[in-house]
Design a protein around this ligand. Structure first.
Ligand code: HEM
Length: 411
């Protein structure tokens, strides 16, 4: 076995430690300054850091998202032996081989067109208003639990066309998809996490069948009507796409909402600048993603053949984790990376990835976050950060805040 001790980072890199969760910046800076590539034995993986190195890997076709290529992947089950959750994952955009990924992505893209995204903005406005009406006018409230945890899944439910009264069923599906994927769960914990998946899939299948009979100009109808060289999406593929959207677009957006508001309230001059010029809102979103809302793990890739990265031999089947949060802290790209500055240039940002798997939901998440922010400050123009922040130290991927109290300062 190769001796990787000189580039092992296990002695200082611990993304599940409290120190890292509270403030990852020193660790990320050390990683990108000293370890363009490293071994992290705790994950049996390589780590790649720094803006340009990560882009090279994202564009390298020999590094695949297909989990089945991993040297330690469990033997793949035959489709007929898979449970509902496994079948969903087996058709997930993230984990498909290149040919199937390309086909599915081409068929899915029209459902994320500017026309549909524009329809969504009006629906988000209604949803977000209702959410704030439910919160009312308290002296303080838990922004993390009452807004950040709720708005992103509601936004996806509304994209998919789930009727309001069935949101709880969709919530359980979302919970199953997001939590069920955690590799650290015991079989019992996993069963518990995914117990809402079958009912959620029944609901989706009902909706798809309804739209097939009566197509409109909405998201599901666009998926149903999409066709590429005679090929169309099956019900299972549409359900798996909704699963992928939930997996990729609910948890990530939760942290964006919380950290955006936390940072604005911690940086009053930036907050004031935003209040004076609403055009800065998209810059504030990009800056939050750069500065702190990245997860703990980064993006996983598996070597489809032996390759060399930064002078090191990566063997076929090995895992390579791209630590995207180091890209945001790269001093070659960003001046004063430790400074939160909503007016900086984000042209080179890779917060939404790059290459074939580039995020399909960028417009959707930008629009829901903008709608939320405008409604929040319209209702509570004197909002300040409260005293209490409680992190979920057990979260498998995110630096998640369960509690982030805000004071409304209304009489
Ligand atoms: C702050 C929120 C978000 C962030 C930071 C984010 C980030 C990313 C990144 C980095 C990737 C590339 C992953 C890779 O290369 O392995 C990605 C892919 C993806 N994202 Fe997002 N995303 C967000 C929100 C959303 C939303 C709201 C949706 C859907 C409504 C969404 C749907 C997807 C899908 C389906 C993919 C996979 C695309 C593919 O494999 O072709 N994301 N996202």
């Amino acid at each position: 076995m190769a001796d990787h001790s000189s580039i092992s980072v296990d002695h200082f890199f611990d993304p599940s430690s409290k120190d890292f969760i509270h403030n990852p910046v020193p660790t990320l800076e050390k990683l990108s300054a000293e370890f363009p590539i490293a071994r992290f034995e705790s994950w049996q993986s390589w780590l790649v850091t720094g803006h340009q190195n990560i882009i090279s890997c994202l564009l390298d076709t020999r590094l695949s998202t297909d989990f089945n290529l991993w040297e330690y992947a469990p033997a793949k089950k035959a489709p007929e032996d898979m449970d509902a959750f496994e079948r969903l994952m087996n058709n997930n955009l993230f984990f498909l081989d290149r040919k199937n990924h390309l086909r599915l992505r081409k068929l899915a893209l029209p459902a994320f067109s500017p026309r549909i995204m524009e329809q969504m903005k009006d629906r988000f406005k209604v949803l977000v208003k209702e959410r704030f009406d439910e919160i009312g006018a308290p002296k303080s409230f838990n922004f993390a639990a009452e807004i950040a945890e709720i708005v992103p899944t509601q936004a996806i439910a509304s994209l998919v066309g789930i009727p309001r009264e069935k949101f709880p069923i969709f919530d359980s599906l979302a919970y199953g998809v997001v939590r069920g994927i955690n590799p650290m769960l015991s079989p019992e914990e996993r069963q518990e996490a995914i117990k809402g998946v079958p009912e959620g899939l029944d609901l989706l299948n009902e909706l798809i069948d309804e739209r097939r009979a009566n197509p409109g100009d909405d998201f599901l109808s666009t998926l149903i009507l999409a066709e590429d060289e005679g090929s169309k999406l099956s019900n299972l593929e549409m359900c798996a796409l909704v699963g992928a959207v939930l997996g990729a677009g609910s948890d990530t957006a939760v942290d964006l909402h919380s950290y955006l508001i936390k940072n604005l309230l911690q940086h009053p001059a930036q907050h004031e600048a935003l209040m004076a010029d609403s055009n800065l809102v998209q810059g504030a979103i990009s800056e939050t993603l750069r500065y702190e809302s990245s997860g703990k793990t980064g993006l996983a890739r598996y070597a489809a053949e032996d390759i060399e990265i930064q002078g090191h031999q990566v063997k076929k089947g090995q895992m390579v984790q791209l630590i995207t949060s180091t890209a945001g802290m790269d001093p070659l790209i960003y001046n004063d990376p430790e400074k939160f500055d909503i007016q900086r240039d984000h042209d080179k940002s890779i917060s939404f990835g790059q290459g074939p798997h580039y995020c399909i939901g960028v417009t959707l998440v930008r629009s829901q976050t903008e709608v939320m922010l405008q409604e929040l400050f319209k209702r509570f123009p004197h909002l300040t950060l409260g005293n209490e922040i409680v992190y979920d130290y057990q979260h498998h991927n995110a630096r998640r805040m369960d509690v982030m109290m805000v004071n409304t300062n209304i009489n």
